[in-house]
Design a protein around this ligand. Structure first.
Ligand code: TRP
Length: 329
């Protein structure tokens, strides 16, 4: 295997079965990055606790998400995939880093303010420290590159500043300043054609859904609102189904839809049926792999344990350096 360029780290909260938005926005990139980088992908269960009413689904959600990641092409032989809390060194680093951060900086972050607005009854300490824990994730594994969506940009900038403060304060270079790599090629809208695809809005299309369920979901997609009748010409430029065609259909089909929609040569139903077919074709190999993996859940948990062992190896080394740099006796 060719030597890889550097280390990538990314984390995602265990949200269960992944949808098309997760796939196009993150997983696809995670998979591609493996060719060039040594990648570490983490299921951040501790971060999830900051916004959770109940931890009841945590285990299931972790399992389902892992299945999706593996079926989508994360290769655990070369990539480390693991659960955050399985390497508790991250909580120690979080505590140490927390001493180098001003409280005002944390409460000023737009991401904190948004969460505080969303859950005014539960503005917990962990929520304030969320970005510190994220910085601990990244620096514990000495990652150079962090693929995340634009919504995470303030957190990444925060991590970079924190690394500079820490290294300056303790006259060290043990922590590495990470670079952000934006994964957002496009904003994936939900079936409502208005909001970002998300499970909580129920406008999502699950990767693991059956072809029938997928087609059903696709048929509910909102198209050009001006096009009310089959005989009305449509405008693909503002149609979310057309955006999806651009990703999942071949050049000829895209051209056909583009022309025929504008002159009412095809209706929205035809257009969606074609998209549903192409999407299902695209997902078929994924579904086969997913079903295979689901045959042996123990193997999936073993994969996560093996990942944790490899992650821990890196984490322990970093912590020896960090403790020494700080001067802990
Ligand atoms: N904060 C990220 C999110 O909400 C998840 C996350 C936790 C993460 N730790 C990370 C992302 C480290 C990248 C690197 O999506």
């Amino acid at each position: 295997m060719a030597k890889k360029k550097g280390r990538v780290f990314s984390g995602a909260r265990p949200t269960g079965r992944q949808h098309l938005g997760n796939y196009l926005g993150a997983i696809k990139n995670y998979v591609a990055l493996q060719d060039e980088y040594q990648c570490i992908y983490c299921i951040v269960d501790l971060h999830a606790l900051t916004t959770m009413e109940s931890t009841h689904d945590l285990r299931d959600n972790t399992y389902e998400m892992t299945l999706d990641w593996l079926a989508a092409g994360i290769r655990p032989e070369e990539t480390i995939i693991f659960i955050q809390s399985h390497v508790p060194e991250v909580t120690e680093l979080h505590t140490i880093l927390s001493m180098v951060v001003g409280l005002g900086k944390l409460t000023d972050l737009p991401t904190f303010k948004e969460k505080a607005r969303e859950q005014p009854h539960n503005i917990n300490y962990g929520l304030v420290g969320y970005p510190v824990l994220m910085a601990a994730d990244i620096t514990l594994y000495k990652a150079e590159l962090v693929p995340v969506g634009v919504d995470q940009a303030p957190h990444l900038e925060f991590s970079r500043e924190l690394v500079r403060s820490f290294n300056f304060r303790f006259k060290t270079d043990v922590l590495i300043e990470p670079q952000m790599k934006s994964t957002e090629v496009l904003k994936v809208l939900g079936t409502d054609g208005q909001h970002k695809m998300s499970k909580s809005l129920n406008n999502h299309i699950e990767l693991a859904a059956t072809p029938e369920e997928t087609t059903q979901r696709v048929m509910t997609m909102v198209t050009d609102p001006q096009r009310k009748l089959r005989s009305d010409p449509g405008n693909p430029d503002i149609c979310n189904v057309f955006s999806m065609h651009k990703i999942f259909s071949d050049a000829e089909e895209i051209e056909m839809v583009n022309i025929e929609c504008r002159r009412a040569g095809i209706g929205c139903v035809d257009c969606k049926q074609l998209f549903a077919k192409n999407l299902n074709d695209h997902l078929e190999p994924f579904r086969v792999r997913r079903t295979d993996l689901a045959d042996d859940p123990e193997l999936v948990w073993d994969t996560l344990e093996d990942g944790a062992a490899r992650a821990k190896h890196i984490a322990e080394q970093t912590m020896v350096e960090v403790r020494a740099a700080v001067g802990l006796p």
